[in-house]
Design a protein around this ligand. Structure first.
Ligand SMILES: *[C@@H]1O[C@H](CO)[C@@H](O)[C@H](O)[C@H]1NC(C)=O
Ligand SMILES: *[C@@H]1O[C@H](CO)[C@@H](O)[C@H](O)[C@H]1NC(C)=O
Ligand SMILES: *[C@@H]1O[C@H](CO)[C@@H](O)[C@H](O)[C@H]1NC(C)=O
Ligand SMILES: *[C@@H]1O[C@H](CO)[C@@H](O)[C@H](O)[C@H]1NC(C)=O
Ligand SMILES: *[C@@H]1O[C@H](CO)[C@@H](O)[C@H](O)[C@H]1NC(C)=O
Ligand SMILES: *[C@@H]1O[C@H](CO)[C@@H](O)[C@H](O)[C@H]1NC(C)=O
Length: 339
C-alpha cells in the first residue's frame, strides 16, 4: 500500500492532461457506467492508473500493480471498481454517478517498452447525439480488411475527416485526418486502422483483420458538420467454417452412401432368397405332384432329377429335403405374407 501511495504522488506530479487533447472515446453519463480500457498488446504490464482531469489539475482514481495489487482512492472507493481481474482489461465500472463525473479521464498503462494511454470523455446524456440511420451497408467476412469510404470529393476544401464507431452509449474514435496536421489514430485502433492522409485516397478508412465484434455503426465527419453514417456486418464465415460445412456434408454423404449400399445388399439378398424359395417351391410342387400321382409311397428322391428345371433348386437343399417337405404346407397356405 505504501508503494501505491507513493505512486499516486508521483502520478499527480507528472501526469498532464492538456486541453484540446485527442479523445479516444466519448461515453454517455449513465447511472451505471463503464469506462473501457483494454490494453491491445500482450507485453507484460508493469503498472496502470486511472486519472481524472479536474479544474485544479488532476486527481487519481485508481492504480493497479501486478505485485502490489489495486488501490482505489477513498473518494471513489464505494462506487468504482475494476470490472475484470484479467491484467489486460483495466476497464472501470462507476455506479451512482452524478453530474460531477462528467469530464476527461485518462487510462495509462505502463509496460516494458513505454506507456499506452487512452483518453475517455464522459459527457451529459443529453449531449450524446443519436446518429441518423446508416445509409450505406457493408458486409464482409471475418479475418479480412474492410474499406469504408467517406463521400466527400477529395478535391474539395474539406480540411479534416474524423472516423468514429458509434455504440448505444459511447463513441470510439478510430482516426482523424487533418490536412495540416496529418493523421492520428484512436488508442484502440492504432494497430489496425489505416488512413492515408497524404494521398488522394484520404477519403477511405481501412480496418484490418476484422472480426464479428467489429460489426456495428460507423460514421465519418467532414467539412465542419457534415456526416455520413454506415453500417458494417462482419460474418463469421471463415475458411474454418467452410471446412466444417464440408466435413459435415462429406460425413452426411458418406453415411447416405453406406445406407444405400446396405439397402441394396439387403434387397438383393431378399430377392435372391425369394427367387430361391420360388425355385424350391416349384421343384417341391412338381415332386409332390409326381409322388401323389404315383402309387409309390416313397418320396422318390430320384424324381427330383427328372427335369432340368427343378434340378438346380433341389441340389442346394438336398440335405434338408425332409424338413422342407414338411414345411411345404405353410408355404402353400399363405405364400403372400412370406414374400
Ligand atoms: C474479463 O476478460 C476476459 C478476457 O478478456 C473475458 O473473457 C471476460 O468475459 C471478462 N469478464 C468480464 C466480467 O468482463
Ligand atoms: C490487410 O492489409 C494489410 C496491410 O496492407 C496486408 O498486409 C494484409 O495482407 C491484408 N489482409 C488481407 C486479408 O487482405
Ligand atoms: C452508398 O451506396 C450507394 C449504393 O449502394 C453507392 O452508390 C454509394 O457510392 C455508397 N456511398 C458510399 C459513401 O460508399
Ligand atoms: C487541423 O489542424 C490544425 C492545426 O492544429 C487546426 O488549426 C485545424 O483547425 C484543424 N482542422 C480542422 C478542420 O479542424
Ligand atoms: C488477425 O487476428 C487474429 C486473431 O484475432 C490474429 O491471430 C492474427 O495474427 C491477426 N493478423 C494480423 C495480420 O493482424
Ligand atoms: C452546418 O454548418 C453550416 C455552416 O457552418 C450551417 O449553415 C448549417 O446550419 C449547419 N448544419 C447543421 C445541421 O448544423
Amino acid at each position: 500500500m505504501d508503494y501505491l501511495a507513493c505512486l499516486i504522488v508521483v502520478l499527480q506530479l507528472y501526469e498532464t492532461m492538456g486541453e484540446g487533447r485527442f479523445v479516444d472515446a466519448t461515453v454517455k453519463l449513465t447511472n451505471n457506467m463503464n469506462l473501457e480500457c483494454i490494453y491491445p498488446k500482450t507485453a507484460g504490464i508493469t503498472q496502470m492508473s486511472w486519472v481524472k482531469s479536474i479544474a485544479t489539475g488532476k486527481e487519481t482514481i485508481a492504480v493497479s500493480h501486478p505485485l502490489y495489487g489495486v488501490h482505489i482512492e477513498d473518494k471513489y472507493k464505494d462506487r468504482v471498481r475494476f470490472i475484470n481481474a484479467s491484467s489486460r482489461d483495466r476497464s472501470l465500472n462507476f455506479i451512482k454517478t452524478t453530474e460531477a463525473d462528467v469530464g476527461l479521464y485518462l487510462c495509462s498503462i505502463t509496460f516494458s517498452d513505454g506507456v499506452w494511454e487512452k483518453v475517455v470523455q464522459v459527457i451529459q446524456s443529453d449531449s450524446f447525439e443519436v446518429p441518423v440511420l446508416p445509409t450505406n451497408h457493408t458486409i464482409t467476412e471475418s479475418g479480412g480488411n474492410v474499406t469504408l469510404r467517406c463521400p466527400y470529393s477529395v478535391g474539395s476544401s474539406v480540411q479534416q475527416v474524423m472516423w468514429e464507431r458509434i455504440k448505444a452509449d459511447r463513441m470510439d474514435t478510430i482516426g482523424l485526418c487533418n490536412l495540416s496536421e496529418g493523421k492520428t489514430y484512436g488508442s484502440d485502433y492504432q494497430e489496425r486502422a489505416m488512413i492515408d492522409c497524404a494521398t488522394q485516397e484520404r477519403d477511405i478508412l481501412v480496418i484490418q483483420n476484422v472480426t464479428a465484434s467489429d460489426s456495428g455503426i460507423y460514421r465519418c465527419r467532414y467539412g465542419g458538420n457534415k456526416t455520413h453514417v454506415m453500417s458494417l456486418t462482419v460474418t463469421s464465415e471463415t475458411l474454418d467454417h467452410h471446412w466444417h460445412i464440408l466435413l459435415i456434408a462429406g460425413g452426411a454423404a458418406a453415411s447416405l452412401l453406406l445406407l444405400v449400399t446396405i439397402l441394396i445388399i439387403s434387397i438383393a439378398l431378399v430377392y435372391r432368397k425369394k427367387k430361391k424359395r420360388r425355385r424350391i417351391m416349384k421343384a417341391l410342387s412338381k415332386a409332390l405332384y409326381s409322388t401323389q400321382t404315383r402309387p409309390s409311397n416313397s418320396y422318390g428322391r430320384s424324381n427330383f432329377h427328372g427335369t432340368p428345371d427343378s434340378r438346380r433348386g433341389v441340389e442346394s437343399v438336398s440335405g434338408q429335403m425332409d424338413e422342407i417337405y414338411i414345411n411345404y404346407r405353410d408355404y402353400s397356405r399363405k405364400p403372400k405374407t412370406r414374400a
